[in-house]
Design a protein around this ligand. Sequence first.
Ligand code: CP
Ligand code: NVA
Length: 306
Amino acid sequence: MKPTHLMQIADLSVSEIDGFLRMASAMKENPVEHISSRPLAGKTLGLVFEKASTRTRISFEVAMTQLGGHSLVLGSEGSQMTRGESVADTVKVLSRYVDGLVIRTFGQDILEEWALHATIPVINGLTDLHHPCQVLADLLTIQERVGQLQGVKIAYIGDGNNVAHSLIEAAVRMGMTLSLACPSGYEPNQVIVEAACMGSHAGTVECVTDPIIAVKNADFIYTDVWTSMGYEGEQGTRTAVFSGYQVNAALVAAAKPQTLVMHCLPAHRGEEITSDVVDGPQSIVLDQAENRLHVQKAILVRLLGS
Ligand code: CP
Ligand code: NVA
């Protein structure tokens, strides 16, 4: 069955995730075919960003262009939402104009409010809790390097945040091992971890505090910013707490010699990752960024296509 919305990875079955990855990979290998067939001709995607974005916004816009459709960015500034028009009223109206919405917002409950009142597909472009489109692109990036997801070990170092949560939900479904090293008090949401581990999934998730333990035998080391959007008020405390959680040459050297380094970007160089690592030969951050485009196209064709 076709998914209605894309709110979090946990809403997807293994075969739906595989389907997105297969379609994205086929589109990446043969861009001419789908660009000339214009599968979303006449369709419009609305994008609502209540937080900054470069990759998510541009990859969705370019994806719509390449699929023969259009996109509009509905800045919350300048719209009637800033003057108090409710999410419910806004999305009911937008559902009469556009064929799908990408929402980047704060609470997952806000996103759920959009989806509740929408009569069109709603796609999570990042919330405080999840970043599913990012992680689908990450899965494609890993699969390209290793040829499969099953049995791959990822070490996630740093904040137990939205990216970490989507990685947890993806890892268990796809038979991966995810070892998260987070400082005390900044572990991933326990409800998400427990729900992921309760299902009859093939993968495993372990939470540790020592990055050296997490990276042992890891095929991939993944990190993200110490202070996510919306948490700027905690920056000072976080910089101190996370100081031992930097992905630097010494940590990379503690993993396998061929370990690859991932980051969803934007990177705060000198904080969660050093420049020599992010620009180094083991870094695949630009492949991740590029794969956002290919995966967005698969998501759009699946959710908005006929
Ligand atoms: N990785 C990611 O979502 O980047 P943007 O914030 O630039 O969209
Ligand atoms: N965790 C980061 C991801 C940015 C793409 C944030 O939410 O700001």
